[in-house]
Design a protein around this ligand. Structure first.
Ligand code: PEP
Ligand code: MG
Length: 325
């Protein structure tokens, strides 16, 4: 495996039998874009825009956001860039949006819920992303969607914003796709309904796991429950991936699991073909996938889905990993 790490970064990611896989980058700022390209990521699967907001004294205006997004797109020629709308709250707060003390910040006023409460801020961001969409292939991603009503509301806002831009004669990308993060268990359970009204999805396994097991991963007393290699997580992921396969909906997984070898083996076997991760993991994951065939990974995934405990899954996948590397 070590030798294969120096595998040409310009080679496409493929399994040993030639299945094509996309390895994308999670980025937090412009500088990360360079790092992503250097390791051979073929696109930006998740740009977390909140970092732009966290470094400001006030909400960045539309023009500044537009220029920033445009720069990222232009720095990634030929690559699709997925821009996620503001995901503040939880552990990330900015003073200028008002700070409320909440008993359960991760269950509270965070992410798209905060954008809904600041419609002008939200519209400004949607405008900036649509405008940036003129400069390349852009996907707009909405975090923490919980219900179909929320998705419909977001779709309506995007439609209205497009109409406004058109009326004002402001140029924008007509083919910007919109998608939802699947990271709240309610969204995973009702995935079929969501898929009918969205262009693509991205699975946020970090949040999906902590909400599924009702355990704060930053709380050392309970963090052990946030185990990605567990029967409950794989069952939910299989359900979501199957639904995407049935409807032909593009799906990426952009949580930490996407950069973890044992998880990747199982996810590839479950049919996932798009992984978005911190750039540093791309070479290892590329080398790993090149040493397993699709049929092998499918067998591994099938077996994983029969196992009843995390320990069994960990032991099983660790053995498979050694076997192929
Ligand atoms: C996730 O929840 O898995 C995710 C990718 O989003 P973030 O880590 O930014 O919450
Ligand atoms: Mg998340």
């Amino acid at each position: 495996l070590k030798d294969r790490l120096v595998l040409n970064r310009d080679q496409p990611a493929r399994s040993a039998d030639g299945s094509q896989i996309e390895l994308l980058a999670n980025i937090n700022n412009l500088a990360d874009t360079q790092a992503a390209l250097k390791v051979g990521a073929t696109g930006v699967g998740l740009f977390r825009t909140e970092y732009l907001f966290l470094t400001h004294q006030d909400v960045p205006d539309e023009e500044e956001q537009y220029q920033y997004y445009r720069q990222i797109i232009e720095d990634s020629p030929g690559c699709a860039v997925t821009i996620r709308t503001l995901d503040l709250g939880g552990d990330k707060t900015v003073p200028y949006l008002g700070r409320r003390s909440e008993a359960n910040p991760f269950m509270g006023w965070r992410s798209i819920r905060l954008s809904f409460e600041h419609p002008r801020l939200f519209e400004r961001q949607i405008r900036a992303i649509l405008r940036a969409g003129r400069h390349g292939k852009v996907n707009m991603l909405f975090p923490m969607i919980t219900t179909l009503e929320e998705l419909r509301y977001v779709n309506k806002l995007v439609e209205e914003t497009r109409r406004n831009l058109r009326r004002e004669g402001v140029p924008f990308g007509e083919d910007v796709k919109t998608g939802v993060m699947v990271e709240v268990p309610a969204a995973a359970v009702c995935i079929d309904a969501l898929l009918r009204e969205t262009d693509f999805i991205s699975i946020g396994s970090n949040d999906l796991i902590q909400y599924l097991v009702a355990a704060d991963r930053d709380n050392p007393k309970v963090a052990h429950l946030c185990e990605p290699l567990s029967p409950a997580i794989f069952k939910v992921l299989q359900m979501v991936l199957d639904a995407c396969q049935r409807t032909g909906t593009p799906v990426t997984l952009c949580g930490e699991m996407a950069g973890q070898p044992r998880s990747v083996l199982a996810l590839f076997g479950m049919g996932l073909r798009r992984f978005s991760m911190s750039p540093a993991f791309v070479p290892t994951i590329k080398a790993l996938l090149s040493s397993v065939t699709t049929a092998q990974a499918e067998r591994f995934a099938h077996q994983v889905l029969q196992l009843k405990t995390s320990e069994e899954i960990r032991t099983y996948l660790t053995a498979r990993l050694h076997e192929i590397s």
